[in-house]
Design a protein around this ligand. Sequence first.
Ligand code: BMA
Length: 874
Amino acid sequence: MMCFVYLTMQRVALLLILLFFSFFLSFSQQTVLIKKLHQNWTLNEKGNNKKYLATVPGTVHTDLINNGVIEDPFYRLNETKVQWIDKKDWVYQSVFDISEKEFAKHHHEIKFEGLDTYASVVLNDALILKSDNMHRTHVVDVKPYLKNGKNHLKIILESPIKKGLALYNNLNYKIPVSANDQAETGEVESGKRVSVFTRKAAYHYGWDWGPRLVTSGIWRPITLESWDDFRIKEFDIKYILDGPAYITTFTEIESSIDNVYANLIIKLDDHNVVNSKVQLKKGQQTIISNFTVKDPKLWWPNGMGNQYLYNCKVQLKQNKASVSSSQKLGLKTIKLDTNDSKDKNNFKFIVNGVPTFSKGVNYIPQDVFLPRVKNSDYQRLLTASVDANMNMIRVWGGGVYEDNRFYELCDSLGLMVWQDFMFACAMYPGDSSFLENVRMEAVDNFNRLKKHTSIVLWCGNNENLSAWKRWGWEQTVIEEQSQKIADKIWHDYDTLFHHILPKVVRDFSLDNKNNYTTDYWASSPSASEGIPESYLSGDTHYWGVWWGKEPFENFNTKISSFMSEYGFQSFPEYESFKKFASNEDQDMYSEVMKHHQRSSIGNATIDEYMKREYSTPKDFESLLYVSQILQADGIRMGIESHRRNKAKCMGSLYWQLNDCWPGASWSSIDYYGKWKALHYNVKRAFNPLIVTHEFVDGNLQVSIVSDQLNSFEGSLEITSRSFKGNKSNVIIRRKVNLMPNEAAVVFKINKDQLPKDIISKQVFYSLRLKENKNIISSKNIFFQPFKEIELSFPELKYTTYYDEKEEKIRVTISAKHFAKAIHIKSNSNLNFSDNFFDLTSKEQKIVDIDLLQGQDPQKIINSIKINSLWDSFN
Ligand code: BMA
């Protein structure tokens, strides 16, 4: 009986709770409905009735792959077989249902976040939008066209090549465009480079690290937004940090009811900070609210502190209806300091008052077929960047304004974003419709991205100024066309990059005291607005190594205030090679390997540098591996030199983080996600504290560099070791101190005291920087190129162990004799905690890989193979 009463009481309580919630829900309804229109799409070539199932968001190319019409364009030479696609027009169609309840809403808008590119959008037989810019977002009021029940949506995409050709042929002068536009590969009429006429990712037309695959498609989401009486259209936050944070919010309300009171509530991390009554007016109105955070938690770049992000939410309630919007808010001050002192650093970012050395990389889109990039790809790549101790990433101007997901991760990981506008290595048209199109693109993207704490700079273009003023384009136009045409092209450049784009950045980045909060830099590289790069001011792209065939050692002397590009190529590893090529392609100069190399001087340049340092690798797999060691050691030299010279140089962004297809390139992570040897070296070289060296006039100088905000006390050990066996001889062991953020030479050895002749081939120096007993940075110094050095068979030994609890495979490695660049391979796409490291005879190294769910540890363990440089020649 007792039991029955108890149960009944429980039920009553449950009922009461349910009643309470249903009451609450009915009085607090979300009035905005958002529906993705991604279902039931078909694709056909215009004029051909054969329809294929299509994926939205997607591209024509990937739909044709999925329907078995074309083969994977990344495999071997397949890219050449699909060049016809960009000369055709394509039609996407879908039918979507609208229920009576949805239809009853008072307002309906469709948002097109990305149409690639010349699109005509037809809804139920009405043309509702024509668009010609892949980078723009369009919102269309569809209330007059929407039907209760079935709705037909059709998007016709015209060939970007045909459109581009029409614009090209219409112009009475020629616009210079770099050879990255691979018009010949695309069999475009007379090799005409039409890319600059179309507001579409430039790299789709080809680049020196990517194929030519000019896509069409619905590349970003399409959503239908339906609402009743009012909604929050925009929620914008501005602040001034001056001890406390003085925050102002701008809530843009759109209402179809008039003279009605509503409650506006703003919450910061769940605390109510504003609670006010607002009178809704028909049309649009912006409610400005102010509040103060007395003791704000700041946002810091990776390595300098936490990335605190407040959660700021606005809610508007009126009677039963409630709408809301929220935003993450990081509080920081940022300033690009470009003071004009020529003898000191004059290009540096000051974050929260602290001059900050920018350690990072240039980023290109992760795939030619952009909608294929998954959340996990963003996560993997950006996490790899902070794992390698970076704090900055440059979104390069020949790709796209990235997805929100990209910037959200940069916000939470502490990666400052240098954001280019999408212009690269070309001059551009200057007619009014082109300029207005670009202006709107800038407005769309600036406003979409301004809420992201991570963005620290907007830059007008990549290398357009260099091309015009330094690569000789201006002169060629004067000679081949006329001075008048050269003046016109420069005038258009000036209009776009010195007036239109900076005005957008200024207009939309004013704080509540009318100060600009976002910096604009007209071109990378440049000394200042309209003035080409110089090593005395501004940022530079140093390509003497690679394009100029200069020795890697030149990194030690070619130093500017900010090195925003420099790099060297390598091949992807053998496991990756096997994914895009076949056995018969195992030659650096095979058709397939040449095809997957798009730099005009590519494989021969890798070859030339390799011969300077190494003997000929014994086979193709070794060649791929040695190319990575070559790249890794070369770029490490660059990074360390920039950091050693931090009194002069405050930024080092190497070219490039990632790939958009598989092939030879400057990347440190290959298309399949494998870290090349370079990425491990970047991690070492960007460590907050490093020990580093250089030879100055033959004398050895050892330095330590700190990016720490507190001083450092530790010890330095330099030991001479033999390649064979374990003979060693301590050269120095001493205490070292560094002030915060300092770089200093701590030890010098005169060239007369360094190993010479035969000895220099038998010994190396090992540098160790220790804090307490822990090694925090180490480096080996070799006195001869490896082709001269007498390496011994290292007799590597390893054991493996699977840690079930931590889901890690642990590999313990040791060597009998010195081993250079030990590479642990497995046939999984996972990366090891360390790789491509040197091991001396007495050391033991433990590395591990974190398994993903469902991965069979035994399979991976069985596939593990270990080799080192020695194996490439023996
Ligand atoms: C830089 C970039 C890219 C190019 C790279 C390698 O200058 O801006 O245009 O891919 O060089 O050549």
